[in-house]
Design a protein around this ligand. Structure first.
Ligand code: NI
Length: 197
């Protein structure tokens, strides 16, 4: 197991569609997943896609931590458990299907765009599926932050970084500046640390 180097925006591996995995149970994929889990743990984010570690394959890992602020807010607002905490999840060859036309804006940051944050529109509710590390097919519904993380990670497999999804580039900037703007009441980000995806 190893901590892998994370590709940053501008590296070609982040700009091209990744290839499907033909044998999810192969030793190479098991090894890659172990390294991705170590790398995510070291980097302190909540999600990682294989192209971010220079491997152009359709593999993502993510989790939603308990007490993550948006999840808590959604729960407080009575939204459904599809936005609750999620244990570390491996998805190989994932697919996403929006459940309706609702979209929402929230702040995102990415391990491949270090130090920056931006407000990104995403589908509010999705169904997603993929193959897990033991080769079984897996399907879940998700909403809120959970749905956002999955959409962000799967975009990495199609060569898309979150700034390319933004509709208002005035809402993109250095995370510390946007956080200060929020604290000053000028509409900046209240994104927390360790939420890069
Ligand atoms: Ni990312």
């Amino acid at each position: 197991m190893a901590i892998l180097k994370i590709a940053r925006m501008g590296h070609p591996v982040l700009g091209h569609p990744a290839e499907p995995v033909e044998d999810p149970g192969s030793p190479e994929i098991i090894h890659l997943l172990a390294d991705m889990i170590d790398t995510l743990d070291d980097a302190g984010g909540v999600g990682l896609a294989a192209p971010q570690v220079h491997v152009p394959l359709r593999v993502v890992i993510f989790f939603v931590p308990p007490g993550r602020s948006a999840a808590q807010r959604y729960r407080d607002a009575g939204l459904d458990e599809d936005d609750g905490p999620v244990p570390l999840t491996v998805l190989i060859n994932p697919r996403i299907e929006p459940l309706d036309d609702d979209t929402g804006l929230a702040w995102e940051s990415c391990l491949s765009v270090p130090g920056m944050t931006g407000e990104v529109p995403r589908h509010t509710r999705i169904r997603y599926s993929g193959v897990t590390q033991d080769g079984s097919l897996f399907e879940r519904t998700a909403e809120g932050f959970h749905a956002r993380v999955v959409q962000h990670e799967c975009d990495h497999l199609d060569g898309i970084l979150y700034p390319q999804r933004m509709t208002d580039m005035a809402r993109f900037g250095f995370a510390d500046e946007m956080k200060r703007r929020h604290e000053d009441g000028n509409g900046g980000a209240e994104a927390e640390e360790d939420e890069e995806i």
